[in-house]
Design a binder for this molecule. Structure first.
Ligand code: AKB
Length: 340
């Protein structure tokens, strides 16, 4: 059993995991980080963690093993099948995204019970939890609040919305009819992320992927056909701001939090506006549009922007990068260096 409480990160080899491991280990190098992922960690992340467990969040034996070996006081449950991927295998998506989350909440509840204090649990939800019924309503709605239009059209969005409720249940209403009072031992905190763009990694299986794919393809000198219309607009955020938001939310005193689930936003460009900045940086980039009507339908059901006033008020959400600086100061310089 490790002495210092540990952090467990599931889905750690994905793009948020990559950035999170680096920030966590630089913040407190002595704090053990344990990861659980089907895929091996990239070497630069692997050297920063105490143990990288290779396996599935659906395997109870693996979670029991971690429970027996470590005192985990923070869980970052990032493992999920993204929106496009989930539409091809909805039953599998439900298993991984919902049953997997239930397993992690049970894990956190047991950890909290055995150590007598709630485990802090971070859950990344998504703008996919929204479902706007038409483009007209999307245009009128503009900055959508957390509790509006909660009618997702995708399996992934439905999974995210339901797991937000599961988290609220584990933190506030756990076993409310049990003979003796068993207080919830999970301090569940959740952010609904916009599309994320990282200079380090290209996501796979998402529907907001057109933005990161466009810039990475341009930098690599590869042609790119964007799968959404030029006027398509959803919110995006640069990866460092996404990780910063996780830390701000997790560090906030519980009493400051008026909600379980928070929208966060940074900038909300159209696909044409993204293409224009990428083109300005990479004038030789061969970019075109080839609309995939089905994926277009998914993005059209997501809000054009979100109202993140609750996050700004409760835990000082304040992204460093707007549209121009995300591309001009973070993405383009880092990506140019990366592919040089
Ligand atoms: C996806 O496109 O599935 C994700 C998301 C918006 O949650 N990037």
């Amino acid at each position: 059993m490790s002495r210092k409480p540990s952090v467990l990160i599931t889905g750690a080899s994905g793009e948020i995991g990559h950035a999170l491991i680096s920030r966590l280990s630089h913040g407190d190098p002595d704090r053990p980080i344990v990861t659980l992922d089907l895929n091996p960690l990239p070497p630069e992340s692997a050297k920063l963690v105490r143990q990288a467990v290779n396996g599935s969040i659906l395997d109870p034996a693996l979670l029991d093993g971690i429970l027996a070996q470590y005192e985990v006081d923070h869980v970052y449950h990032l493992a999920a099948l993204l929106s496009t991927r989930s539409e091809f295998s909805p039953a599998l998506a439900h298993k991984v995204n919902v049953e997997g989350t239930l397993n992690l909440l049970e894990f956190a509840q047991k950890q909290g019970e055995s150590h007598g204090r709630p485990v802090a649990f971070f859950y990344p939800s998504s703008i996919a939890a929204f479902g706007l019924p038409s483009l007209e309503i999307k245009a009128q709605a503009n900055k959508v609040k957390e509790d509006d239009y909660n009618v997702p059209t995708t399996m992934y969005g439905a999974n995210k919305l339901y797991c937000e409720h599961l988290g609220r249940y584990y933190s506030r209403h756990y076993k409310q009819l049990a003979a003796e009072t068993i207080s919830g031992k999970v301090d569940f905190r959740c952010i609904r992320f916009p599309g994320l763009i990282s200079a380090e990694t290209v996501p796979s299986g998402g529907t907001s992927d057109y933005a990161p794919e466009m810039i990475h393809a341009a930098a690599e000198g590869k042609p790119y056909a964007c799968f959404v219309r030029p006027d398509t607009r959803i919110p995006f955020m640069a990866m460092p701001d996404a990780v910063d938001a996780i830390f701000r939310l997790m560090d906030a005193p519980r009493a400051r939090l008026s909600r379980t689930v928070y929208n966060i936003g940074a900038f909300a460009p159209s696909a044409a506006e993204i293409e224009a900045v990428v083109h300005a940086a990479f004038p030789k980039a061969a970019m075109s549009t080839h609309v995939d009507e089905k994926r277009q339908g998914i993005v059209d059901s997501w809000p054009a922007d979100v109202d993140d006033s609750a996050a700004r008020r409760d835990w000082c959400h304040g992204p460093k990068y707007g549209f121009a600086s995300a591309f001009g100061e973070y993405l383009i310089p880092s990506i140019k260096k990366r592919y040089a």
